[in-house]
Design a protein around this ligand. Structure first.
Ligand SMILES: Cc1cc2nc3c(=O)[nH]c(=O)nc-3n(C[C@H](O)[C@H](O)[C@H](O)COP(=O)(O)OP(=O)(O)OC[C@H]3O[C@@H](n4cnc5c(N)ncnc54)[C@H](O)[C@@H]3O)c2cc1C
Length: 446
């Protein structure tokens, strides 16, 4: 087996696979390797079971600022361009169009939604419309059926939303990476776990369970483990990780599209929303809840020890946690969600506080907890600023990059891959066709 590479990507989720694709198709790097510790692509957060399957545009995510909405919309359009270029059957397997709305329940939320729907928002999302209760009843009847007349509702609605199977999309990137070349095809090895990284004069040595590999440039696309390795190499010691898990509940399919709830600005966790499931047309999913598991990968209890290595229990972390948990909005969300995990009572509380806010006619026996569904959002704590960081983060070292990717990391993957591919090819001195990438996937930037 060849063990010396120009670029090694660690992690076979959607981030790693999209970087592999961009490098294979648009660069002249000859020896590219992706290594993944499990035996297939997308086994962790990129798996369709573990995320909300939403192509985020920033229009129904009311916790985003307008700048963030603009950025996320751009990334979503780049990804959409890739998906739309796929052969029909593959495209239909990966993505479906469905309507979407953000629902405000009660006067306070309606007022907040009206404020969100500013002139700027309208200009950014011209197809977004404010709907009254009567109009909501026409497009999404289950939201109105059985709702008390005195409970006021309004919504921002768009006919065009997208549900995406990010697991299948990961495999599509990998297969297109391979198809992009006749020679110097990228190599992919599964069942290969990186255990340690050593910096040498002009390369890195990666120790794995399958021996050593070297690379002139390394890109970590390993989810929470990216921070684990960054810290083990002495980078960004001021960052710590707060694993935010999320469970989902199922009911029979009651909705036509996605129904998000008004979210509090500055809080990184999405409020519970209702989504169709692209892998199962018979159900509606409600979630994700917010849990704080002590592991780096959901339902992988063996990641517990690594969690503490990444978390760092020191005074700045404890003060940061105190600030985060004592800040009204975040604390309220975490405490409310904690009750949802209490046996029996938890399901009742979830029904009353979340499910019936969206679909009032659903009862206790109509919902069930989805077993082993839902991943972990690796939210970063900035120990210097003593606060939670919003969205994805990238730590840059000397010829090494670490990508840490909470939501909307799957939506942003292809556009983010451009930055990594450029940086890696620049560093090792090979050509990268940035113009070709932009002409193909961002023609709207012209
Ligand atoms: C509940 C929830 C809902 C979400 N909903 C959405 C959504 O609707 N839309 C959206 O855009 N985003 C959403 N996200 C975020 C999205 O799922 C992630 O941003 C995205 O999947 C991250 O992809 P990734 O490839 O970076 O990480 P992952 O998919 O986690 O992949 C990391 C890979 O690295 C591998 N790895 C780790 N350590 C090693 C090692 N030592 N050696 C070798 N390989 C290793 C892992 O096995 C894994 O395959 C959601 C996340 C969660 C948790």
């Amino acid at each position: 087996m060849d063990r010396d590479f120009d670029i090694i990507i660690v992690g076979g989720g959607i981030t790693g696979a999209s970087i592999l694709f961009t490098l294979s198709r648009f660069s002249k790097a000859k020896r590219i390797l992706l290594m993944e510790k499990y035996n297939s692509y997308a086994q962790i957060n990129s798996n369709s079971r573990n995320n909300a399957q939403t192509l985020h545009f920033g229009d129904i995510e009311t916790n985003y600022t307008i700048e963030k909405a603009r950025k996320v919309k751009h990334s979503a359009e780049v990804l959409l361009k890739y998906i739309n270029s796929l052969p029909r059957k593959r495209k239909d397997d990966i993505m479906r169009i469905c309507q979407k709305m953000v629902l405000a329940v009660g006067e306070e939320e309606i007022e907040s939604l009206e404020k969100t729907f500013s002139k700027e928002m309208h200009a950014l999302f011209p197809s977004l419309k404010m709907l009254t209760r009567k109009e909501i009843a026409m497009v999404e009847p289950a939201v109105v059926k059985g709702r008390k007349e005195e409970e006021k509702i309004a919504s921002l609605y768009s006919r065009t939303g997208y549900m995406v199977d990010f697991g299948k999309l990961t495999k599509s990137f990998a297969s297109d990476a391979d198809n992009a070349r006749k020679v110097n095809k990228p190599k992919v090895i599964f069942g290969t776990k990186v255990t340690n990284v050593q910096s040498r004069a002009d390369s890195y040595l990666l120790h794995t369970n399958k021996g050593e590999f070297s690379a002139r440039f390394v890109i970590f696309a390993a989810g929470s483990y990216s921070l684990y390795f960054a810290k083990s190499m002495g980078y960004d010691k001021n960052l710590s990780i707060l694993s935010v898990g999320g469970n989902f509940y199922y009911s029979k399919n009651v909705l036509r599209g996605k129904v998000y709830r008004v979210q509090i600005g500055g809080v990184p966790f999405a409020a519970v929303h209702a989504d169709p499931d692209i892998t199962n047309p018979n159900v509606t999913r409600f979630g994700p809840t917010v849990t704080v598991p002590i592991e780096l990968e959901r339902y992988h209890f063996d990641t517990f020890r690594d969690y503490f290595r990444t978390f760092d229990i020191d005074i700045p972390t404890i003060i940061s946690l105190k600030n985060i948990f004592l800040s009204g909005d975040t604390r309220d969300i975490i405490l409310r969600n904690a009750t949802y995990d209490i046996p029996l009572i938890g399901k009742y509380a979830f029904l009353k506080k979340e499910v019936q806010k969206i679909v009032p006619s659903l009862g206790y026996s109509d919902i069930r907890m989805a077993g082993k569904i839902g991943g972990i959002r690796p939210q970063l704590i900035d120990k210097e600023k003593r606060e939670l960081l919003l969205g994805e983060s990238k730590i840059r070292g000397d010829n090494i990059i670490f990508n840490i990717t909470p939501s909307p990391g799957a939506t942003s993957c292809l556009y983010n891959s451009l930055g990594d591919a450029k940086e890696a090819t620049d560093a090792i001195g090979v050509d990268f066709d940035e113009h070709g990438f932009k002409e193909t996937y961002c023609p709207f930037d012209r």
